[in-house]
Write a protein that binds this ligand. Structure first.
Ligand SMILES: [Zn+2]
Length: 250
């Protein structure tokens, strides 16, 4: 373990362009179960019924029952040492950006500035019809009794700025992620097993450019064949150890 920590820290120090690619696993120690795990949101909500383009049209109350529970869970959670370590690496000029599949906002709350939310985030809201913007403050007035949240201008459903099932990844998130990956000579893959497309194609871009991959994931993943160093442990344990071995750039 110590040897691998030292090697990972050395590689990160030597790299010119480090990006992190994160998924549900990084937020589990913060109290947000992976949506797809037992106890996760998909264990008691059907994604298509509450988080799809169909649901926005046909089941607005169900959409908001799900969103209230999700946003409540996100707000209650705190960034853990893995989120804080990545924020620290950015502050030291080591990490260029985080590409996250998470919608919980914990990277930003940990202090990370350059975060690409591949599937959007649950902090901004807009009307699904007329596009009027709403803030998280507006949402705090919502209760189970007054959902769904409807637009005050046109009466259509208000939605979070996240990618629902059946919708495309916003081109800006896709292109900027691909651009960062094409520049990267080292990627940290953290808490994502590589099951969700097209996000799971990003490590391939790094690999095609001869970049190195350090993977910190519990259990089996789709990335084992591309990972150069692999930690089968929690990132909240491994990342602080790596960071303690790395100084600032210049
Ligand atoms: Zn509207």
């Amino acid at each position: 373990m110590d040897e691998k920590i030292n090697k990972a820290a050395q590689w990160i120090k030597e790299a010119k362009y480090v990006v992190a690619f994160t998924g549900a696993g990084i937020s589990v120690p913060s109290g947000i179960p992976d949506f797809r795990s037992p106890g996760g949101l998909w264990s008691h909500f059907d994604p298509w019924q509450v988080c799809s383009d169909w649901a926005l049209q046909h089941n607005p109350k169900g959409v908001w029952e799900f969103l209230l529970e999700a946003v409540f869970m996100f707000n209650k959670a705190e960034p853990n040492p893995a989120h804080l370590s990545l924020a620290e690496l950015e502050r030291r000029g080591v990490l260029k950006c985080i590409i996250t599949q998470n919608i919980d906002g914990l990277h930003q709350r940990a202090g990370s500035k350059n975060v690409i939310e591949f599937h959007g985030g649950c902090t901004k809201f807009y009307c699904n019809d007329c596009g009027k913007n709403y803030s998280l403050e507006n949402l705090k007035k919502l209760t189970r009794e007054n959902i769904p949240w409807m637009c005050t201008d046109c009466g259509s459903i208000v939605r979070p700025d996240i990618v629902f099932f059946g919708e495309q990844i916003p081109p800006s998130a896709l292109f900027s992620s691909q651009e960062h990956c094409s520049k990267a000579d080292l990627m940290l893959i953290i808490g994502t097993s590589g099951e969700v497309a097209p996000a799971n194609t990003l490590p391939t871009i790094v690999k095609q450019n001869s970049g190195k991959i350090i993977e910190i994931n519990l259990g089996e993943t789709a990335y084992e064949s591309v990972s150069d160093i692999r930690f089968n442990r929690g990132a909240e344990e491994v990342l602080p150890l790596i960071v303690s071995k790395i100084g600032g750039k210049n």
